[in-house]
Design a protein around this ligand. Structure first.
Ligand SMILES: [Zn+2]
Ligand SMILES: [Zn+2]
Length: 95
């Protein structure tokens, strides 16, 4: 659970606001209306929660107004990889 509380920190919210001001196109489904900053490399897997290059707009619990998905929640870094066989792109290593 290390780092979990950092996600609600002032610094995170500030970065999220700036990110979403630049673009609210969800990087997971490609629709507008994103409301959270998703971490491309999950913090639980070593990603830097405060690196702007590790953040991209995504839909959260408010869900995408276009396709209705909770993109960030579906991806969830808690999910087991075997449960995500329809969404393998999200787990493809970025190098
Ligand atoms: Zn989305
Ligand atoms: Zn969508």
């Amino acid at each position: 659970m290390a780092g979990r509380r950092d996600l609600t920190s002032y610094r995170y919210r500030k970065q999220r606001a700036r990110l979403l001001a630049e673009s609210d196109i969800c990087h997971l489904c490609g629709h507008p209306g994103a409301d959270v900053a998703d971490h491309l490399l999950p913090v639980s897997r070593g990603g830097d929660p405060y690196d702007p290059d590790n953040q991209a707009p995504a839909h959260g619990i408010n869900r995408c107004p276009t396709c209705g998905r909770n993109c960030n929640g579906e991806k969830g870094d808690r999910a087991r990889p075997e449960a995500l066989n329809t969404s393998r792109d999200w787990y493809a290593p970025r190098r």
